[in-house]
Design a protein around this ligand. Structure first.
Ligand code: NDP
Length: 295
């Protein structure tokens, strides 16, 4: 029995961070500029606080200055907009991100629209998404998680052009931009979502699957064409009494079954997860380079 090659996102993310660190030192030395990332966190969701803490730590390791605005759960939309406006005008800030989800009394659209597109390192501004969708246009930034998926394919020399790709999930932050990116890379793309009938008939045709659903082990071995490449974005807690925390994290793809069929697969954790933050750092560096016209 042969098993799929494991795509080591943790190692690739580490390589990318080192490359970014080198570029940041060069930028500092040559033009005296250090990239800066501002994060806006509203409310006290534990998971959001953890993500923000990890982003700050990652910035520290590569030498990006990080700025943080923490607002109470009951703050107003106007207060959030004021912080965005301040960061938009601050020349030491090259990237702005608003940690989602926002409290339900706020209008996410208004808030994401307020981030100036030159600093939209999450790539969620509708102008950046629109450019991503249009032929002959270039977005200033591409959303980090889907960008990380494509980067993994590139770094493992997995061809995309002319291949059949299936994206499972169509969210604004992962599935939809992942499908657009694959199409830009000349794959033939199908999108499977919660209303798709017989999804396994579609996934079985795929040379490449990117899954971003949020359902543990949904994609079974029988859904996968022999030799397919599997990128699993899902991060799903499942009960596990044997683990000290009482749960462990699994992907959308049933790893033990799929690795017997696929040619390459990302593990969860240690696959796409670490790539997301690496791409955020990369987008922040890209932004600082562009703003200061540094090559
Ligand atoms: P959303 O809940 O926003 O979107 C899920 C998508 O999956 C929707 O398009 C939904 O369809 C589709 N879906 C749900 N159930 C099924 C089903 N049974 N069959 C087919 N499609 C289905 O999730 P996100 O995109 O934000 O996140 C997806 C997963 O990725 C989560 O596990 C999340 O934790 C993880 N994630 C990981 C990141 C990382 O690695 N850094 C970053 C972001 C997310 P419909 O549109 O019809 O509702």
């Amino acid at each position: 029995e042969t098993f799929a090659k494991v795509i080591d996102g943790k190692r690739v993310a580490q390589d990318i961070r080192e490359e970014i660190g080198v570029e940041i030192s060069r930028m500092k030395e040559e033009i005296g500029i250090v990239p800066g990332l501002a994060v806006i966190l509203v409310g006290d969701r534990k998971d959001s606080a953890t993500y923000v803490r990890n982003k700050k730590k990652a910035c520290d390791t590569v030498g990006i200055n990080s700025y943080e605005a923490r607002l109470a759960e009951d703050s107003t939309e106007e207060e959030v907009l004021n912080h965005i406006s301040k960061f938009n005008d601050d020349p030491s800030v090259h990237g702005i991100l608003v940690q989602l989800p926002l409290p339900s009394h706020m209008n996410e659209q208004n808030i994401l629209n307020a981030v100036c597109i030159e600093k939209d390192v999450d790539g969620f501004h509708p102008l950046n998404i629109g450019r991503l969708a249009m032929r002959g246009r270039e977005p200033l930034f591409v959303p980090c998680t889907p960008k990380g998926c494509i980067e993994l394919l590139h770094r493992y020399d997995i061809p995309i052009k002319g291949k059949r790709a299936v994206v499972i999930g169509r969210s604004n932050i992962v599935g939809m931009p992942a499908a657009l990116l694959l199409q830009r890379e000349d794959a033939t793309v199908s999108i499977v979502h919660s209303r798709t009938k017989n999804p396994e008939e579609i996934t079985r045709q795929a040379d490449i699957i990117i899954s971003a659903v949020g359902q543990p082990n949904m994609v079974r071995g029988s859904w996968v064409k022999p030799g397919a490449v599997l990128i699993d974005v899902g991060i799903n807690p499942v009960e596990d009494p044997a683990s000290p925390r009482g749960y462990r994290l699994v992907g959308d793809i049933c790893y033990d079954e799929a690795r017997k069929v696929a040619s390459a697969i990302t593990p969860v954790p240690g696959g796409v997860g670490p790539m997301t933050i690496a791409m955020l750092l990369s987008n922040t560096l890209l932004s600082a380079k562009r703003i200061h016209n540094f090559r």
